[in-house]
Design a protein around this ligand. Structure first.
Ligand SMILES: NC(=O)c1ccc[n+]([C@@H]2O[C@H](COP(=O)([O-])OP(=O)(O)OC[C@H]3O[C@@H](n4cnc5c(N)ncnc54)[C@H](OP(=O)(O)O)[C@@H]3O)[C@@H](O)[C@H]2O)c1
Length: 399
């Protein structure tokens, strides 16, 4: 038998005995260590659970998230409505942060671009799959560590597509000072679409009394305002829209001089010649594609085109070409793209103009209201098939 001459304590032990003994000791040591770690982990977990339970201010937070990047026409199923929770306390140490309870969410066509990831640089970042969408909305401040905002303030601006949002960059929020008008108007006439219509028409187009104005997507959030602004200046204005109901609204509610359904016009050039036998001075461009081509043929000398958007192109894999661009040269047309954000410094000037008009009933604003955050994906997708009649918005807490 092989004996190992080691510590007298282990005298008489074989090598095998000793190895077994040490293995056992080692195992035992490891087990005890693991157990200790497990106890520490369990204690920590219990503490966290107790703390969560003690946070009486944690509330449900339904959110609309993007499932995956989209190609072609967006579908409701590209988004999910998920339920999570949020603490109504602002995390310790978070400076200049506000916690918002969202009241209205704005559905805007530019959000389509954010549902895809493209190599072409954009003015706005894509959404993150698995995260809530974000965009314009109206909200109430429920908590704040920012010196400019306090509990109870109403704001409009950038927020999440969810019931509550923790906003760490409140510089994208504007405090609402006028509450004697419908609060939902801050998603439309008193918010981004209002500034878009105002800046695009007055600043980009420099309209003059008697000029001939054409507006596409004319019954929407922006278009209905451009038509009314044109009338305020004393212009002749015609709009196009995609249904009989919308076309009727343009003349009966918003005061356009003429209107047509572009879907029922096989020859857009001929349709424009019918309404503008002497040509167009100002085109407020919302749709692009074939409409832009037809408009170019009908522009007058020194005409202006405010390129606000091109919704007909947003879901195409490959944008359509424009064939009549040479008209820009001969007619000395000025075509200018713009973003509402470039003109927010004019917001208080715009309010001074628009608020009295709203209160006196001189400006009309039509809204299409979807009830409940669950209806937000359908409402957003509906913009691209013309389901909305007027400004599409969502009431977060539906009926
Ligand atoms: N530059 C900026 O800062 C800025 C800001 C806001 C909006 N925009 C742009 O302004 C335009 C209007 O926006 P909005 O918020 O007022 O939207 P909106 O007009 O309220 O809603 C979108 C409308 O576009 C029309 N449409 C959809 N697909 C179309 C297609 N393939 N061809 C022609 N028309 C189509 C539909 O009306 P019909 O039923 O009449 O077809 C639909 O109701 C969009 O191009 C948007 O991107 C730009």
């Amino acid at each position: 038998m092989l004996c190992v001459n080691v510590n007298p304590l282990f005298k008489g032990f074989t090598f095998l005995d000793l190895s077994l003994l040490f293995s056992y000791k080692l195992l035992n040591f490891l087990c005890i260590e693991r157990q200790k770690k497990k106890i520490i982990f369990l204690e920590k977990q219990t503490k966290q659970q107790l703390m969560a339970g003690a946070d009486q201010e944690a509330v449900r937070n339904k959110q609309v998230t993007l499932k995956h990047y989209v190609s072609g026409f967006p579908k409701e199923s590209d988004m999910s409505v998920v339920t999570s929770s949020i603490s109504l306390k602002i995390p310790q140490g978070s400076k200049d942060t506000v916690l918002l309870k969202n009241i209205y969410l704005s559905c805007d066509p530019y959000m389509r671009g954010r549902m895809s990831k493209s190599d072409i640089p954009s003015f706005v970042a894509p959404f993150q799959p698995g995260s809530p969408l974000n965009g314009y909305g109206v909200a109430k401040v429920v908590n704040s560590t920012h010196p400019n905002y306090e509990k109870g303030d109403l704001v409009w601006g950038f927020t999440g597509w969810e019931e509550y949002s923790l906003v760490t960059s409140p510089e994208l929020l504007i405090k609402i000072q006028h509450t004697d008008v419908p609060l939902s108007y801050y998603t439309g006439i008193l918010g981004m679409p209002g500034m878009t219509a105002y800046a695009g028409f007055y600043e980009v187009c420099s309209p003059k009394k008697g000029e001939h104005v054409y507006v596409s997507a004319a019954s929407g959030a922006v278009g209905q305002l451009v038509g009314q602004f044109a009338k305020l200046v004393g212009c002749y204005v015609v709009g196009s829209a995609g249904s009989k109901e919308k076309v009727d609204l343009l003349t009966s509610k918003f005061g356009f001089d003429g209107a047509f359904n572009y879907k029922e016009e096989p020859d857009l050039d001929a349709a424009l010649k019918r309404y503008f036998p002497e040509g167009i001075d100002i085109y407020y461009e919302n749709v692009g594609g074939k409409m832009l081509d037809a408009v170019l043929l009908n522009m007058r000398l020194r005409g202006r085109i405010a390129v606000c958007g091109m919704i007909s192109q947003y879901n195409l894999e490959k944008p359509e070409g424009v064939h009549n661009l040479m008209q820009v040269v001969g007619k000395r047309i000025r075509m200018e793209g713009f973003l509402a954000g470039d003109y927010y410094h004019l917001y208080s000037k715009y309010l001074d103009m628009i608020l009295p008009f709203i209160k006196e009933g001189k400006m009309k604003y039509l809204e299409d209201v979807a009830e409940g955050i669950e209806s937000a994906p359908a409402a957003l997708v509906g913009l691209f098939s013309g389901k909305n009649v007027g400004k599409q918005l969502v009431v977060v807490d539906g009926k």
